[in-house]
Design a binder for this molecule. Sequence first.
Ligand code: SAM
Ligand code: DTB
Ligand code: SF4
Length: 364
Amino acid sequence: MTDTLRHPGLVPGSTEPQAGALGEGWMPGRARHEGEVRTDWTRDEVRALFDLPFTELLFRAATVHRAHHAPDEVQLCTLLSIKTGGCPEDCGYCSQSAHHGTGLKATKLMDVRSVLQAAAQAKDAGSQRFCMGAAWRSPKDRDIPKIAEMIRGVKAMGLETCMTLGMLDADQARALGEAGLDYYNHNLDSSPEYYDRVTSTRTYQDRLDTLAHVRDAGVSVCCGGIVGMGETREDRVGFVHALATLPRHPESVTVNALVPIRGTPLGDMLADTPMGKLDDIEFVRVVAAARIACPMSMVRLSAGRESMSEATQALAFLAGANSIFTGDKLLTTGNAGDSADAALFAKLGLKALEGEEPMRVAAE
Ligand code: SAM
Ligand code: DTB
Ligand code: SF4
């Protein structure tokens, strides 16, 4: 069943305000039909979304959201770091890079049994998807059989599987697909222009190449980035534009707020500076723009929720976020925790998504 059928009357465009209701500023950035899936967004159109009056942007995002998704349903995902620290990449935000002195203890790849135990706990806690992350530049071919075993084991529990292991070549992506992997998370992180300020050990094109291999292998894509890294509004525009103009929108779009970590270049640079905390309204603008530009995707309110007010999270849900990471840990940093989330869901009248995601339904 499509989401449109589940929400009769909320077809794309049905709740649009009249064009011109807000004067000249309204038309730029307007999709040809509200909620239409397009991969030909121009950067000017995305910028025009960001430039809308905040309440107008929120209204438009909420309208698009309702056209494709149940607004009271939020997908629950759980993260596990299956190989922590010691990463050869130098991502300026990351606690796990061997280039930074964060004091994090590096570990080997976990054994399959321990991973399956953690997955079983996540399932008991109501999670729909189990996301496994490794601090690698890319996996070694010798790691793939063990990774494949984890995928098969987690799937056998009835959970969706997601892996994030760094760059993949075409054969590795195919091997993960053959093991039954549902999603691969690989983030573009920021705009193409800002990327080399964030990471110097790989290029934007490297990220795009892996995303293409993942798609070619028939694995769904989870892709997003981080806001609050000292980037400009124009970089946030470029980031959403990059997601919206991929050959096919990611099934999941992750929007992380930077978790500033002492010992990382970005964490240290931004700590105690006025730039250190991204304005909440600007963060919600990114969520809303991503929702409008990628109407069918699940938009995940990702890292940074632990220090985000309930009101900001509520605005993000109104703006179209419909997925979160649950539990009290992300990969190496804290997360809001199940009791805080249960209280928030009760307060906001939200419930866990149990059905399928629209883009996956459409692809089947
Ligand atoms: N090594 C793999 C890679 O980089 O693709 C997978 C793991 S990596 C930790 C996954 C994503 O987590 C990054 O792309 C980044 O967007 C996000 N992330 C890492 N550290 C973060 C932080 N301190 N705050 C917010 N997001 C962060
Ligand atoms: C994503 O976009 N966010 C998640 C997941 N993909 C792998 C990771 C967030 C990590 C936050 C910092 C940490 O816990 O180390
Ligand atoms: Fe390594 Fe991923 Fe962290 Fe970059 S974000 S340092 S690739 S674990």
